[in-house]
Design a protein around this ligand. Structure first.
Ligand code: GLA
Length: 632
């Protein structure tokens, strides 16, 4: 039954044309704006040389890992990409600008004319049934050149110009070489060269590297030239499409959450790093996890949040830390992070192979519904992540972040299932099954994550809440006008710095974005005094695109969230189907009762939810599409 609330709605037939110019970002487009370039319908899985070898990478090490991926059965489980990171280049040839490979480390790249080629190497990987990945840099110089030991392994050699092996000024030429000629399938593009080479930097004043006016101010978001950074990556994407017109490539953007990449990565790349590098310790894993875990609406098929590679096997995730290794793997799987092994597999024990190869955990990451897990409970000590799967069941991870054991409760509401019916759980690490009704006590050891597949009687049996299908909800415009650092990211003790200086202040733009089951500022969504367990929380002046997989009705309760302190704020809510206005509310003010929406959307491909504010800058005004759902 459609519940049309008379008062707050203007009858569709009586609607004047919406007062939004066609080029207004809030104007409905009737299309899904996530990039169609590249191919990453599910999170890519594979191996990368960096965490294991740094710039000391060579062909023997890479191929040994590739062989082990095949022989161990990991390839059959989905690990396909074998990626070389920093350290493969010799220099840029000055006569024609061609980048040459270090043939001492990659002997198969030798050619009679000295031009060098990775084609034999990629052919070899392809013959093994694998895919091949390469690494480059959007500036002139790579991260290893800038931050690594200039005398260390894997550094390009020659004159300053010869050592400029990054894409800057060579995007078309290099991409054509790597993808057209050498036939790579995947590229990770770093950004140190546009962040670190100011004229007064040590690397430049020493005469080692050429200055490049930084586009990224790594400590201050407003001093970053966001459009210029975006334009460079867009150029890479277009060059890739020219070399691989059938879209057989993956573009991995490595900007560590800077340059407000969260707002634009989905229109350009297939992965986007959300934080600085992971290292093999618990605190750092928490940091990287936090950089992605509240961005559930920003991960999509063909464009995923990337909290960096797995460190399973090393340091605090090694054989002596099986609990931690499982937690790391579980969380990355639940977040739909790329599962990229960063370990020298020649050293992997059966236990570590078991962690990386747990087929049920991998299946969560690769589930066809492609939903990043949503935080059903978000605490400093314990977090509960819930991921809605293609078969309608849930995966739930109960995660103890802390160093002490803790007793918690899993409740039916976390899973959006009924409290008066039994819920069945299968433990995906240990295989056991159990069931509960209403709530279940759970004991978590320090750092432990329990992972279950859960099924019960859904509280919303007629369809799916939007917050259960983040893969289908795209915050095309999220209302963030001035990107701000996300304050909810764990700030650990950096092993390489101890307490020298004033600590780490991550500037990962991300505070105030659209959320599933939370407000943009991590509160419980609340309208006119009533909290909601299911909601999409966003800001005024936002436009959400929703893919409709065959549902007939869209329902929601729309209003300004009680957290909005601005009494002069006014917001009107509109629902569009394939670009056509279906319904629009009158102007709502803070504290107003929510407006019930019920819009017929049968046959529509894209539904758009627009919350138009009465002023251009309303970044503190949270709005909710409470209980937003699509029904059959
Ligand atoms: C940056 C990236 C890392 C790695 C190194 C290589 O730090 O974030 O993942 O690629 O560069 O130098």
């Amino acid at each position: 039954m459609l519940r049309l609330a008379a008062a707050a709605w203007l009858a569709t037939s009586a609607l004047a044309a919406p007062a939004l110019a066609a080029d207004d970002p809030l104007a409905a487009r009737g299309r899904w704006s996530v990039t169609t370039r590249g191919s990453a319908p599910l999170p890519p899985m594979g191996w990368n040389s960096w965490n294991a070898f740094g710039t000391d990478v060579d062909e023997a090490k890479v191929l040994a890992s590739a062989q082990l991926i095949v022989d161990s059965g990991l390839a059959a489980k989905g690990y396909r990409y074998v990626n070389i990171d920093d350290g493969w280049w010799a220099r840029r040839r000055q006569s024609d600008g061609r980048v040459l490979i270090r043939t001492d480390n990659f002997p198969s790249a030798r050619t009679a004319d000295g031009a060098t080629s990775f084609r034999p190497f990629t052919d070899r990987l392809h013959a093994m049934g694998l895919k091949a990945g390469i690494y480059s840099e959007i500036g002139r110089n790579s991260c290893g050149q800038i931050y690594g030991d200039p005398a260390g392994p894997g550094q390009p050699s020659g004159s300053q110009a010869e050592r400029e092996i990054g894409l800057y000024g060579h995007i078309d030429q290099d991409i054509a070489l790597y993808f057209g000629e050498w036939n790579f399938d995947y590229i990770k593009v770093d950004g140190c060269g546009i962040r670190a080479l100011a004229p007064d930097s040590q690397q430049v004043t020493s005469g080692r590297l050429r200055a490049l006016a930084p586009l990224i101010d790594y400590d201050t978001i407003p001093r970053t030239n966001i459009p210029a950074v975006k334009a460079l990556f867009d150029e890479v994407g277009r060059a890739l499409s020219r070399s691989k017109p059938a879209n057989e490539f993956v573009l991995s953007i490595c900007l560590w959450g800077s340059a407000d990449v969260r707002s634009w990565a989905r229109t350009i790349g297939n992965l986007s790093r959300t934080s600085e590098d992971i290292s093999p310790n618990w605190e750092r894993m928490l940091h990287n996890l936090d950089s992605a875990s509240r961005r559930e609406l920003y991960a999509k098929p063909n464009s995923w949040n990337d909290p960096d590679m797995l460190f399973v096997g090393s340091g605090e995730f090694d054989d002596a830390h099986l609990v931690e290794a499982r937690s790391h793997m579980t969380l990355w799987a639940m977040l739909n992070a790329p599962l990229i092994i960063g370990f020298d597999l020649r050293k992997a024990s059966p236990a570590m192979m078991g962690v990386l190869g747990n087929a049920q955990v991998i299946a969560l990451n690769q589930d066809a519904a492609a939903n990043q897990a949503v935080l059903a409970y978000d605490g400093d000590t314990v977090q509960i992540f819930v991921k809605t799967l293609a078969d309608g069941t849930k995966a739930v991870a109960l995660f103890n972040r802390s160093g002490s054991p803790v007793d918690v409760k899993l409740i039916a509401a976390h899973l959006k299932v009924r409290a008066d019916q039994p819920v069945t759980l299968t433990d995906l690490w240990d295989g056991g099954t159990r069931s509960f009704t209403d709530e279940m006590p759970v004991h978590l050891e320090r750092h432990q994550t329990l992972l279950f597949k859960a099924s019960g009687a859904r509280t919303h049996p007629g369809g799916l809440y939007l917050s259960e299908q983040p893969a289908n909800v795209n915050p095309a415009v999220d209302g963030v006008v001035h990107p701000m650092p996300d304050p909810m990211i764990h700030r650990g003790l950096l092993p390489w710095r101890s307490t020298r200086a004033d600590g780490e202040h991550p500037i990962y733009g991300g505070w105030g974005g659209a959320r599933a089951d939370a407000t943009p500022f991590a509160q419980t969504p609340k309208l006119a005094g009533k909290p909601y367990v299911s909601a999409i929380g966003t800001l005024a002046n936002s436009r959400l695109e929703v893919r409709n997989a065959g549902f007939a009705t869209f329902t929601a309760l729309a209003g300004i969230d009680d957290s909005a302190a601005d009494s002069t704020a006014r917001v009107r809510f509109a629902v569009y189907a394939d670009g056509k206005l279906l319904q629009q509310t009158d102007w709502r003010k803070p504290g107003d009762a929510p407006v019930p929406i019920a819009a017929p959307v049968k046959g529509a491909r894209i539904i758009e939810l627009v919350a138009q504010g009465n002023r251009p800058e309303m970044q503190t005004v949270a709005v909710d599409w409470a209980e937003a759902a699509l029904d059959r």
